[in-house]
Design a protein around this ligand. Structure first.
Ligand code: TXA
Ligand code: MG
Length: 340
């Protein structure tokens, strides 16, 4: 049976000791991070990790991120760490950055889907940090959602998906950022952004002049394309209802196109609060990029309950945190995207 531990108020480390014991025993624990919730298991226990793939319905060839609580723990699983990788860790660990390293032998092949690399992240959320420290092992954890669905940013949204499948659900309230971590890989002294997130290109440029946004961050994967991260090829974040994403930096053009779609369909509009006045049936995703990042996965999970045949989503400028938002929205809309 799944036990829920409410850590929203008065968190103390002793409240998660039993959950950490479950991790050591090879069981699954759903836990909060500053980005999204994760569904975790002992990352060095092949059998435990297998259960994550089953619980999520995740493809075996899509590797997992290992979460650590210290740099010493990074050294146990990564090798040949370069100066630039060290600089990235110094600056951004703990926080919403994941780095692709060369892996050490100790990391099971099933965690990394037979790659010779391993993704590592050090979460800043205290519950996540303490869970890893108490378990005394790197915790493998993908986002807490059934594969293909929007990532879980609060317990209400994901309880039904994971009730009975995990030993513990650690309820830490709303995830602060709401989008998954930025994933980077260093190649020839250049930083390649494989998945944009809370750490932006500009943030990364503070440690290295050469930061490259991988083409597949906004474009779909075509047959024959070389991809740097297996996750790029999968359908992600998508409601069952058909969605269209519309963006223009000319506000009149943007609103008019969205209204045209609204009038021609039995539809729901997802837009900025200040633009709701233009539409008949809308939900607001907030106003600032931080609001949108924080709210968007929860809202994408709501739309299937609205019984409409089309969801029209207002896009944002694909820059800074906006790049991370557009990366998720383009996928949520299965690349059904109009830019004017
Ligand atoms: O914020 C996050 O990163 C959250 C929280 C829970 O930490 N986790 C997360 O995990 O988003 P997941 O499994 O949903 O996404 C991890 C992505 C996948 O797209 C996977 O393909 C990619 O990371 N990945 C994992 N290992 C990789 C590797 N060795 N090389 C390239 N990409 C990798
Ligand atoms: Mg995910």
């Amino acid at each position: 049976m799944t036990k829920i531990i409410d850590l929203k108020n008065n968190y103390s480390k002793d409240k998660i000791e039993d959950a950490a014991k479950s991790i050591k025993d090879g069981k699954l624990v759903l836990f909060p991070t500053e980005t999204v919730y994760g569904i975790g298991a002992d990352g060095l226990n092949e059998k435990a990790v297998k259960e994550i793939f089953i619980a999520k319905g995740r493809a075996q060839d899509n590797p997992l991120i290992l979460h650590v609580s210290s740099i010493e723990m990074v050294d146990t699983i990564a090798k040949d760490i370069t100066d630039l990788e060290k600089k990235l860790m110094d600056k951004f660990f703990p926080g919403p950055l994941t780095i692709v390293f060369k892996k050490k032998e100790i990391v099971p092949a099933s965690v990394v889907a037979n790659l010779d690399t391993v993704c590592i992240r050090m979460p800043s959320n205290p519950v996540a940090h303490d869970l890893i420290e108490l378990s005394n092992t790197p915790i493998a954890a993908p986002s807490a959602n059934i594969s293909g669905k929007p990532s879980g940013t609060n317990i209400n949204d994901i309880f039904e998906e994971f009730d009975g499948k995990v030993d513990y659900i650690l309820d830490g309230g709303d995830a602060k950022i709401g989008l998954e971590s930025t994933i980077v890989r260093v190649i020839d002294n250049e930083i390649h952004i494989l998945r944009p997130g809370g750490i932006t290109k500009k943030d990364l440029e503070s440690v290295c002049d050469n930061v490259i946004i991988d083409a597949h961050v906004l474009e779909s994967v075509k047959p024959g394309d070389k991809i740097l991260s297996p996750g790029m090829k999968y359908k992600h974040y998508a409601p069952n209802t058909k969605c269209i994403l519309i963006y223009s930096n000319d506000k009149d053009k943007l609103i008019n196109k969205m209204k045209e779609y609204e009038n021609n369909n039995d539809s729901l509009v997802i837009t900025r609060e200040s633009n709701q006045k233009y539409f008949k049936n809308s939900i607001s995703y907030g106003e600032s990029l931080e609001d949108i990042s924080h709210n968007i996965f929860r809202i994408l999970r709501e739309v299937d309950r609205k019984n409409v045949s089309l969801v029209i989503i207002e896009g944002v400028k694909a820059e800074g945190l906006g790049l991370a938002i557009m990366n998720r929205l383009i996928r949520a809309c299965s690349h059904n995207y109009i830019e004017l």
